[in-house]
Design a protein around this ligand. Structure first.
Ligand SMILES: Nc1ncnc2c1ncn2[C@@H]1O[C@H](COP(=O)(O)OP(=O)(O)OP(=O)(O)O)[C@@H](O)[C@H]1O
Length: 335
């Protein structure tokens, strides 16, 4: 549906995207995830037609659009700051694109009413000025304004990052529901790994303009392909050479102590019944987070961060740390 074929983008002498290739399927909720400056917005802007690549092509529905002007690409965009017209009413903001294209008044009225209902904006809200709406409502206006043009593709550039944490969480679900309901191919840009994991069908993790891994949220998280992906997604313990040697000596002979080794914080067992290699440890710190508790546990070789759903332990408690060698992720590189 969307293809980036060897796309290279340069700003002066700097290559923001070197030979970027990616395929996004029709109807997918696809996320470009990576740290600040990794090139995700640049990739989105190439797709939208705001940045022209130095080499390579972009295809939408099998048609090359590399040199097609932005306005003719049938692509809707929602930005971080919504880019709404502050002096216009909600209704006029949503109707803007149709009016520019000279649709009849009755057609505009019909489509505004239809889209407002789909994104849950009431008649009273349509009559308000955009500044009178909350951040979350303004975001729905921005989405309605994009969707009313019936684009083939919806691009969302960090659309939740201006909102407070609680609302952001709520809107993740709403946005995903909307996308499912419309079935529209969506490309989402974020640096927030939790957002990416909870909303996406597939994710591309980017670093320095290069794709490190493309996969489902589960693949990216459970089978991180590179050390960068492993440490960028979720929280991990880097294991010492001594600890990996001990695991290897105690039966985990697939583990290579010469490699960089990681264990996700929720994979460290503190439960006698767990399967794996047991190591004596002492809890040195505890932080209660409500739904889970974080512990620091000292073992002979390492201090491990541990996330547990129960909070029965305290600093000073002796515990059995249980490590299932199958959960250890290893990568070439410095151990
Ligand atoms: N118009 C431009 N001129 C020069 N350099 C640019 C331009 N746009 C982006 N860059 C550079 O290209 C790189 C990628 O930028 P981009 O905005 O795509 O990153 P990003 O991953 O979206 O980051 P953020 O999350 O901070 O927005 C950065 O190093 C940035 O400084």
């Amino acid at each position: 549906m969307i293809t980036f074929d060897d796309v290279t983008v340069r700003f002066g002498g700097f290559e923001a995207l070197p030979s970027f290739s990616l395929r996004i399927e029709a109807g997918e909720f696809f996320t470009l995830l990576g740290p600040s400056g990794c090139g995700k917005t640049t990739a989105l802007r190439v797709l939208a037609g705001f940045v022209e690549p130095a080499a390579g092509d972009v295809l939408v529905d099998g048609r090359t659009v590399t040199h097609v002007p932005s306005g003719k690409r049938e692509i809707g965009m929602v930005f971080q700051n919504y880019a709404l017209f502050p002096s216009m009413s909600v209704r006029d903001n949503i109707a803007f694109g149709l009016r520019v294209r000279k649709h009849s008044q009755s057609e505009v009225d019909r489509r505004v009413a239809e889209i407002a209902e789909q994104v849950d904006l009431s008649g009273a809200q349509l009559a308000k000025g955009v500044a009178e709406l909350s951040g979350g409502q303004q975001q729905r206006v921005a989405i309605a304004r994009a969707l009313i043009m019936r684009p083939k593709v919806l691009l969302l550039d960090e659309p939740l990052s201006n909102l407070d944490a609680k609302l952001r969480q709520q809107l993740r679900g709403q946005l995903k529901d909307l996308q499912t309901r419309f079935g529209i191919t969506t490309v989402y840009v974020t640096h927030d790994q939790e957002e990416a994991l909870s909303m996406s069908d597939r994710i591309a993790v980017l670093d320095h303009g290069r794709i490190e891994q493309v996969g489902s949220p589960e693949e990216i998280y459970q089978r991180s392909a590179t050390e960068f992906v492993c440490t960028f997604i979720g929280q991990v313990n880097k294991l010492s050479v001594e600890l990996v040697k001990e695991l290897a000596a105690r039966g985990a002979d697939r583990l290579d102590p010469g490699k960089a080794s990681y264990l996700r914080i929720e994979k460290v067992g503190l439960d006698r019944s767990g399967a794996g290699v047991r190591l004596p440890g002492t809890v040195t710190a505890r932080a209660f987070h409500g739904a889970h508790t974080m512990y620091r546990v000292r073992t002979e070789h390492d201090v491990l961060q541990v996330m547990r759903s129960d909070d029965r332990l305290d600093a000073g408690d002796r515990v059995d740390v249980v490590i299932d060698p199958e959960s250890v992720l290893q990568y070439p590189g410095a151990a």
